[in-house]
Design a protein around this ligand. Sequence first.
Ligand SMILES: [Zn+2]
Length: 742
Amino acid sequence: MRRKIIIPVAVLAGVIICTHLLLVFFPFKNLSSFESKPVSQIFVDDTGKLLQITALQDGTRCEYTKAADLSRDVKKIFIKTEDKRFYFHNGADLFALASAAVQNLGNKGIVRGGSTITMQLVKMINQDSTPTVSRKLSDIFYAHVLEAKKTKKYILELYLNNIFFGHGAVGISSAARTYYGQTTQELTHEQLCCLAVIPRNPSLYDPLKNPELCAERACNLYNKIFHKKLTAVEFIQFLPSKLYTYPYEAPHYIRYITSTNPELLEQDKNADSRHILSINLELQHYAERLVNDGLTQAAGSRISNASLLLIENKTGKPVAWVGSADFFDNEHSGQIDGVLVKNQPGSSMKPFLYALALETKDDTGHSMYTPNSILADIPQEFGGQTLYIPSNFNNRFNGPVRFRVALASSLNVPAVSILNSIGVKNYLNKLYELGFESLRQTGEQADLGLALGAAGVPLNELVPAFAVFVRDGKDFAGNQIYTSDTARLIDDFLSDKAARVTGFGYSQVFETDYPSIFKTGTSNQYQNIIALGATREYTIGVWMGNFSGQTVVGKTGSSLPAWVAKSLLDYIYGSATSYSNLAFPEPENWKKEKICSLSGMIAGPDCPATVYEYCQENSTPGKCTWHKKENGELKTLYPAEYQQWARKTRPEVQIEYSDTPLEIHSPKNNSVFYYSQLQKEKFAIPVEVFGGQQESLTVYYDDVFYSQVERPFSFSLPVEKGSHTCTVECGEEVRTVIFQVR
Ligand SMILES: [Zn+2]
């Protein structure tokens, strides 16, 4: 008797288990690709404020939310709407199918499908909605396969995240955002009911186009589930009134990070689709405003665009990244990212050169340059084969200038002379170390022009490199690029208001209440103006110009970009009550000494002007030899190379020329002049001769007597193509140079 029962039960159990296993292992080929579809990526700022929710390739948005993060209300409402017996069937609901069939017969057409949530999901996975009986049967079959393979919880999750709500919204979370600008957790029961009725027919139940229809269905659903008695008219108030405007913040930066990390956009639901960026939306907005204010002020200067990069000095990550004034301004190529565009940085590169100069030793192991070194800001030529005659931005020469002043006032001749003596190769290697990858193509070609920033670099290389100075010489990978003392000396020079006067006058633009450093630059052809600024916490770079390379008129790096940079830092520190944590530390192995401001030597009793300067503790310079008083009268003894300059520019000073050997200062031996260049110089080769015992000089041109010259020994030679010699004779001393004109 018992056997009679056991056998059929065992057979039945076996059949059920076999069927189940068959279904579990039955291939569902579209399932895995459906599960790994990319989803929208959510970018938020460092405080969690929404920056962007990316659109998918077809323009829709799908914010994927895991089942655990979907509220019970959401699940309850959608199950009640679509599939009351969801938790009790194995994929198909026979009762629903039968009642749908009866209804359809009565209406002589298809009104209801009787599809379960699982069947609807199958339809989405297979992307097949042909209204045939065979497709319906296939849906039923695959619904059983799906139910055998996956849990109810997961099926509901996939379903709720993939149903289409119209207006580009895929999934309940994107629907909540698109229609109400909120997350599903923030929606009321009424609002959830409005959303729940849309997927049946997104265009028919569009709450914006057909509010009455949507309200009527949503109201019915709401009354049924929550046992209420609202009318459709009363319900209209819960409908969304307009679509949410998706934010498009920091567009250039998000495009940059997603293009450098494309996996960020292709990620599926299993990766974290919420990304916290280092951008601070408040500072980003303020920076955008300043950039636009700057452009308004620049009206008439042929400046049509600007970009800005603000980074945090701890990590090097961007806090504000403004690629252009307006991403959507096509007329001015607003989509171009000015942070990544290579522009000639002009003098803003000089600190890197001066820092290297402080660390360069001569053959005897002594520093070639120290803060009290005197550099010659007088007309000079450099280079043998390629002639390079830099002039200052204001076309004025300052004679002997201290190292500190030359950098802070951004003088050109001293910078080129430093580069000429430490070598272009050495400087380029340092620039590569600093991260200027873009110079690997153009750096060598720029040659001595590198001293004046003649090779283009982008802001996203320039700004992190500048930050090295306020990070005690370290880059963001932790490499010590300069010693901490060198970095601290540069900070001291670049924050020195007095030292800037020679180049910029008493400008207010760099004056801040908090410790800061600034450096500006203008490109050779005045196409770009750039300002760099930094505190111990932030580094900023601002570029202004135009993407089409037109010449900028009448503004220099020290004005508008510097104003923008300073204004943003002012905004950051506006509410600070103390800046003590921002003070730049003093260099450790240097000691301040009172030096003569003209000669850079230790000040003597007759020096008319003195300053304090960092001197190396073990090798302080000697006492000033340039100033001496004779019978109560102050005399200045300029070294030979400054004598011409002093005679021309310092008529009021009592100058005494020390006896120095005769020297042809220019042209240099083996110089090459180019005829076209000389045309501008009125067809003459300028010659400068220093030193000599006598007051008169005899000049031979190509070994033929040319003229007798009185002091200052400054004259010019006629131009003829070919190779020439110039010989000068002063007393017993004779000097000759060879040069070419091509
Ligand atoms: Zn002196």
